[in-house]
Design a protein around this ligand. Structure first.
Ligand code: SF4
Length: 312
């Protein structure tokens, strides 16, 4: 978990579960999953990680700890700095005046299906996992501390959200300050968006992170059921990452704008192109906006439909 993060669309990160059963970003050839790569490097016997990435661990208390962090909806708090001064909310003006945005599950996938390390000495079944997530996620985001923040839960297993919600809240309303999102990399992963769109009703804010995008995709048929789209290219060593053509971002932006949907271009990656021509970038993330084609310099946040309590 991190109270300060460089991820542009949020302030902080936390993980009720660390580790994951994998996806297309993690395979035997190379890991483009930064959570997996970091866990491989630092995880062993480090309480901040799972011992082994493919052996996910339930981490009680992380959500509650994040819930206690100060509210940021007062603009005067934008100056809050990390001790070394590298991360400031002032660098993220699109968040100004909004509650603290906390990314849930940047170091794993909390809805992963299997392979868990034992919890309290016992194997982890779906029931164990769902009970744990109800207490750690639902109970925390709806607590007086949790209600001060905006939580953004990202999963590559949105089909599991349906069973989890049925178990955890039944017919009750999904917490309005808990947005749910899924990630896509290519046309082959668009079925995740189908599944996300079927999750509950319009009262749930849903977003798609199209990052790292490996080819042009269209979200046109989904946009009526979505509230926000994030776009990004693959980070890594310059010119060694998968190519990202900014024309793909232009196309998605156009779709979103036609549907009046906010869109957030996070980065263009380490190997960006524009209509096939190389673009020079100074960082391996391609996150310096002034280096992008003007047509894609866009970072918009969804309008929150929640009235947050005042900070305490
Ligand atoms: S689902 Fe997320 S955490 Fe799991 S391997 Fe893929 S990118 Fe990594």
């Amino acid at each position: 978990m991190a109270r300060f993060t460089k991820i542009q669309w949020c302030d902080s990160t936390t993980n009720p579960v660390q580790g994951c059963g994998g996806c297309e970003l993690r395979n035997a050839v190379a890991s483009m999953c930064y959570a997996g790569a970091l866990t491989d490097r630092y995880g062993k016997s480090n309480p901040g990680f799972a011992d082994q990435f493919e052996r996910p661990e339930l981490k009680p208390g992380k959500m509650a700890e994040a819930a206690r962090w100060p509210d940021l909806s007062d603009k005067s708090r934008n100056r809050v700095l990390k001790a070394d001064g590298r991360v400031s909310r002032e660098a993220k003006p699109w968040l100004s005046g909004l509650p603290r945005h906390i990314f849930v599950s940047d170091m794993g996938d909390a809805l992963t299906e299997k392979g868990f390390a034992h919890f309290n000495g016992k194997p982890v079944t779906d029931k164990t996992l769902f009970r744990f997530l109800r207490e750690e996620v639902i109970d925390v985001v709806t607590s007086s501390n949790g209600l001060r923040h905006q939580w953004l839960w990202l999963t590559k297993r949105p089909q599991r959200l349906h069973a989890f919600a049925a178990y955890a809240i039944g017919q009750e309303t999904w917490p309005a300050n808990l947005w749910v999102g899924t990630s896509v990399t290519s046309k082959a992963s668009l079925s995740r968006v189908d599944s996300l769109c079927k999750f509950r009703g319009k009262e749930v804010t849903k977003f798609v992170s199209a990052e790292p995008l490996w080819e042009q995709v269209s979200l046109k048929k989904h946009l009526k059921k979505l509230h926000w789209v994030i776009i990004g290219g693959e980070s890594g060593r310059k010119r060694k990452s998968a190519p990202f053509d900014c024309a793909w971002a232009e196309s998605l932006i156009e779709e979103c704008q036609r549907a009046h949907l906010p869109v957030f271009v996070k980065q263009i990656g380490g190997n960006p192109l524009h209509h096939g021509d190389d673009i020079d970038v100074s960082s391996s993330h391609g996150d310096v906006m002034s280096e992008w084609p003007k047509t894609i310099r866009l970072r918009q946040m969804p309008v929150s439909r929640v009235r947050y309590p005042q900070s305490c």
